[in-house]
Ligand binder design. Structure first.
Ligand code: ADE
Ligand code: ZN
Length: 319
């Protein structure tokens, strides 16, 4: 029986497995520039975050209809459930779809067709978190929030993702203020490739409650002290960090040092179709490579429910 856990850092577009990509391409008459799934898998050798993002955005071309988004999310939820995920807070990137002529309604309604029945079908409760692309403009982020207004009953929070370096959190002050005024929860990617100062800025300027990745906090002891004191959860993604070369090997991952420092760490999968594994695979990998004890693994699983946007009674029921 896999350890029950919550997944808090998962891009739904990053769950697009090669087989599904080809199936959707055929269904939608989209030509992919790869001969077959093996040739596509060959392209999964990344130098850094940007080289991954190039492929991630390219493959989104196959996602066109509500049914495509439903199939994508349903496939993820089935895999997650099999690995012990009981609750999933799911990122999506509307700007990447709006730019291709796929509207907000198609994306949200499509995802909701899978998420709405997930507790019954898979035993997984869900939340949706809408991310702004930080390499797009602040105005585009505001327009995206505006386009999401009819769907706010389905969207729990906002996040910030895509190319980090050169796009500091402060660029998105206005849209985070507007999101807070609408009652949305706030998270942001920070300190994945970007400096520790971006983590501080995400907390101080954007008011985030959780930091996605946050790995580079370890370069700033005063920031670590603050994250510990304020109990700010970090959503770490160990297999992602290896594939995107933020750490050399899994054995070098700072997770044990982060736990020893008292940080509220969680383990997640980020873009599991691209990085070699889902939530349970990430747990297994850190267990093996870092020698984490069963107690440490249980602590990580408990942290995932503590850090989730669940009501107190839901949280107790889940763990
Ligand atoms: N979008 C999808 N995966 C991402 C990651 N690991 N970092 C930033 N943006 C992303
Ligand atoms: Zn991410």
């Amino acid at each position: 029986m896999p350890l029950p856990k919550a997944e808090l850092h998962l891009h739904i577009e990053g769950t697009l497995e090669p087989e599904l990509a080809f199936r959707l391409a055929a269904r939608n008459g989209v030509q992919l520039p790869y001969a077959d799934t093996d040739a596509l898998r060959e392209a999964y050798r990344f130098e850094d975050l940007q080289s991954f993002l190039n492929l991630y955005y390219e493959l989104m071309a196959v996602l066109r209809t509500e049914r495509d988004f439903e199939d994508l999310a349903d496939a993820y939820l089935a895999r997650a459930a099999a690995q012990g995920v009981r609750h999933a807070e799911i990122f999506f990137d509307p700007q990447a779809h709006l730019a291709r002529g796929v509207d907000m309604s198609t994306v949200v309604e499509g995802l909701w067709r899978a998420l709405g029945g997930s507790e019954e079908r898979h035993g997984v409760s869900t939340r949706l978190i809408m991310c702004f692309l930080r390499d797009e403009s602040a105005e585009s982020a505001l327009a995206t929030l505006d386009a999401a207004k009819p769907y706010l009953d389905r969207i729990t929070g906002v996040g910030l993702d895509s190319a980090e370096v050169g796009h500091p959190p402060v660029k998105f002050r206005a849209v985070y203020e507007a999101a807070a005024a609408l009652g949305l929860r706030r998270v942001a990617h920070a300190g994945e490739e970007g400096p520790p100062a971006y983590i501080t800025e995400a907390l101080d300027v954007l008011g985030v409650e959780r930091v996605d990745h946050g790995l580079r906090c370890m370069e700033d002891p005063a920031l670590v002290d603050r994250l510990v004191r304020e109990r700010i959860p970090l959503t770490l993604c160990p297999l992602s960090n290896v594939r995107l070369r933020t750490v050399d090997t899994l054995a070098d991952h700072p997770l044990p040092a982060m736990l020893d420092a008292g940080l509220l760490c969680t383990v997640n999968s980020d873009d599991p179709a691209y990085f070699g594994g889902y939530a349970g695979d990430n747990f297994d990998a850190v267990h093996r490579a870092l020698g984490l004890t069963e107690d440490r693994l249980r602590e990580l699983a408990r942290n995932s429910f503590l850090a989730a946007f669940l009501e107190d009674d839901e949280e107790l029921r889940q763990r």
